[in-house]
Each structure stands twice: as C-alpha cells, then as structure tokens.
Design a protein around this ligand. Structure first.
Ligand SMILES: Nc1ncnc2c1ncn2[C@@H]1O[C@H](COP(=O)(O)OP(=O)(O)OP(=O)(O)O)[C@@H](O)[C@H]1O
Ligand SMILES: [Mg+2]
Length: 278
C-alpha cells in the first residue's frame, strides 16, 4: 500500500511565520494612535489590504501589545452571511467584550438607557416595545447611534479602550452607518477605533463610498497594507521566510508603511484578478 503521507506532498503549502515580521511602520502608527487616545484624544485607524495580506495578524499583534500596556481591547468581526448580514454584528461582539472587561464602568455609562441598549445587547436590559419601523424606527436608530457613541465615550473615560472591528467588507448597512456616525461625530474619551477591511472588493461594493467618506475626515488615518513579496521580504525576516501568496508582477507594491493622514491619499486600486468578497 502506498505511503498515506504521500498525499500530503500534493497539498499546497502555505508558509506561515510563527514570528511576526515587518509592519514596523504600521505598528508605529498604531502605537502613536494609542498614545493619543490614552491622552484623551479619540482616534480611528482604518486598515485595508487584500485577502491574506496580514490585517488580522497586525491587529492581533498590536492589540496584544496594547493590552500589555493596560488598554482594554474589545474586538468584533463581521461575518460572511451572504446578502442578509446580521445588523451591528461586530459592535454587538465588541460591546459585549467591553461589558465583560469593564462591568462597572459599562453599567454606569449605560444607566437609564438599558432598554434602548438592549436592542444591541439583549442581556443589557428588557427590550423596548416601541415600533422599529417608519419614523419611530428611524428615531430609535438615531438614538441607538447616539447611545453607542456616549456609551463608548463614558466607558473609555477612565481606561484606554481599543475597539477593533474586523472584516468590514462583510458589514451590513447598519454596521456601516454606525461606524460612520462614530467617526463623524465629535466625541471625547480614551478611545481608539480600528476597522479592518479587504481592499479587493468589487467596484460597486457598498463599503467603498463609506471609505471615501471616512478618507475625507480629519483624524481618521488609513493604513493600506502592501503584500510582502519574495523580492521584497519584510525587514528582519528570516531567510526562509516566504510570502503566503506571490503576487502577479503587475500588482507588486512597496513594503513601506503607508500610513498617511487620510485626507491626502487616493483610493486603492485593487487587483482585478482577485476574487472579491460579497
Ligand atoms: N507580518 C506577518 N508576520 C508573520 N506572519 C504573518 C504576518 N502577516 C500575516 N501573517 C500570517 O499570514 C496569514 C494570513 O494573515 P491574516 O489572517 O492576518 O490575513 P488577513 O489580511 O486578515 O486575511 P483575510 O482578508 O482573509 O481576513 C496568517 O497565518 C498570519 O499569521
Ligand atoms: Mg483577517
């Protein structure tokens, strides 16, 4: 009988480094934002890059370092559920994590508004029985945005909070609107909002107009993660390090950090060959 291990030879190998390499410029930007947030200036950083480029890993490495420095990390990701993405999914997870990490601050921040908050977090209190449709529905949604903003602001009054939202390319409209509201509305608090998304989206993807809108906001920074390539491996990487995906030559990009104030840059041009998320 043939050696069953031979079957593994046919499996495509993805080289994954257990060591985090490169991304020094991006980490500098994130730590700078963390320091400003800790000083009471709310910050926001968008992190874009094509599938597999290392967005999650960067967020994980950074948030682990931020947590070691005493920040509270509340993370939530969007889920690929097709056309009917669940409303507010990443905010629900992140607020839940925040409530677990800072129960007293969270309760004090939510006091008197528990029933409205229950629309996002059912465990926060009894659900309000006001209708969700028509004008009342719109007013309720506006109040929910406002409530979330104040909740974050107050919970982040004493502790630095990093709200890390992942996979925004799968966000539903309510998540996009709430993110837009949070980043457009002036607020206070030791809050850093990170929002990561895949840049290889179709041209008409609904996240694109939001990114363009956010790009015009002062104070929102935008990191666009370039791929590592065999020719240009990350600084300090071991000789054996290999990228998990080799790009076509026409789309190779520099591995220099590309953090710039968002207002001064053009929108990304994703490689047409890459499959786009829905
Ligand atoms: N700077 C890095 N150093 C070492 N390994 C890395 C680095 N960046 C990414 N990786 C590894 O590459 C793989 C893909 O990275 P990751 O999951 O972060 O990509 P992604 O951009 O979040 O992808 P997706 O769009 O599918 O969510 C992971 O195994 C990750 O650990
Ligand atoms: Mg990811």
């Amino acid at each position: 009988m043939a050696d069953p291990r031979a079957i593994l030879d046919a499996v495509e190998c993805r080289s994954v480094s257990p060591v985090f390499v490169g991304r020094a410029g991006e980490l500098d930007t994130l730590h700078g934002a963390l320091a400003r947030a800790g000083a009471g200036l709310p910050q926001a950083v968008l992190i874009g890059g094509e599938a597999g480029v290392g967005k999650t890993r960067l967020v994980e490495e950074f948030t682990a370092a931020a947590a070691r420095r005493g920040a509270v990390v509340a993370a939530g990701g969007c889920v690929d559920t097709g056309a009917d993405a669940l409303p507010f999914t990443p905010f629900v997870s992140a607020l839940r994590a925040l409530r677990r990490a800072l129960p007293e601050d969270f309760a004090a921040a939510a006091v008197g508004r528990e029933d409205e908050l229950a629309r996002l977090l059912p465990e926060a209190g009894p659900q309000p029985d006001t209708p969700r449709t028509g004008r009342h529905g719109e007013e309720g949604t506006a109040r929910l945005y406002e409530l979330t903003a104040r909740l974050l602001e107050r919970t982040a009054a004493r502790h630095t909070v990093v709200l890390a939202l992942e996979d925004l390319h799968w966000a539903d409209a309510s998540t996009r609107h709430l993110l837009s509201y949070l980043l457009r509305t002036p607020h206070t608090g030791r809050l850093l909002i990170l929002a990561a998304y895949r840049s290889d989206m179709p041209r008409r993807h609904p996240l694109r107009p939001l990114l363009a809108e956010l790009d015009r906001l002062r104070g929102v920074r935008h990191l666009r993660l370039p791929r590592f390539t065999r020719r240009r491996p990350p600084a300090g990487s071991p000789a054996s390090w290999a990228p998990h995906r080799t790009p076509p030559s026409s789309t190779r990009s520099s591995n220099a950090a590309t953090a710039t104030p968002s207002s001064s840059r053009n929108s990304p041009s994703p490689p047409a060959s890459n499959a786009a998320p829905a």
